[in-house]
Each structure stands twice: as structure tokens, then as C-alpha cells.
Ligand binder design. Sequence first.
Ligand code: 5GP
Ligand code: ZN
Length: 110
Amino acid sequence: MDCIFCKIAKGETGELLYEDELFVAFEDIHPKAKVHVLVIPKKHVESLDALSKDDKSWLCDYLLTIKKIANQLKLKNGYKVIINNGPDGGQVVHHLHAHILGGKKIDSLV
Ligand code: 5GP
Ligand code: ZN
């Protein structure tokens, strides 16, 4: 399987901002905000839709890690977290990832 985010998670591209046992974070290659960081599980999971109850053991940690990284990025005035899912959701890379966007006010869709 040729997954760019699996390669990044293994440190093969040398662009990690954060790493622990389960997750890594790195800057988006095409930033859509002043700060645009992606947080992914090291384990290859295709999407939000692909999750099941078997993933309960790490999902809570995923959200807490996203918060921790946002705090480390010093986004004191707030930030947005987005997970795109499937074609209509605009998902392009098929390895689950959460976008952290901040550094200025970001318009809301909802
Ligand atoms: P999606 O639309 O799937 O939610 O977002 C995928 C994101 O991954 C896009 O914002 C895109 O710029 C970013 N991306 C795609 N390939 C790479 C890459 O090789 N390195 C990094 N750092 N970001 C990537
Ligand atoms: Zn992957």
C-alpha cells in the first residue's frame, strides 16, 4: 500500500512537528491558514467512516492529542478542527487526518 501519510508517520520525510506512540503531527504542504497542521494516527485508518468500536481504545486520546498540539501551537485565540470524510466531504488523502487551522479568524461553514 502506497500511503503518503503512512510514510510521513514513519518519519521517512522528516517533517514531524509532534510524535508519540500513537500519533504524529506535521504542517500541511498547502496551508489554508496561517497555521495549518495535520494530526494523524500512526496506524493506517482510511477515514472517519472506517472507524469501528475496535478503535475506541485510542479515539479519546486522538481528540486530546489534537487539543494538546493546538495548545503547543499557541493558538490562544481559538482554532478550527476539521476532518473531511469521503468525496462530498472533500477527503483527498485516504488516511484519517484532522486539520488544525488557526492564526486568524476562519469563516465557518456551519
Ligand atoms: P483532505 O482534503 O484529504 O482532508 O486533506 C489532505 C491534506 O493533506 C491537504 O490539505 C493537502 O495539502 C495535504 N497533503 C497532501 N499531501 C501531502 C504531503 O505529502 N505532505 C503534507 N505535509 N501534506 C500533504
Ligand atoms: Zn496510511
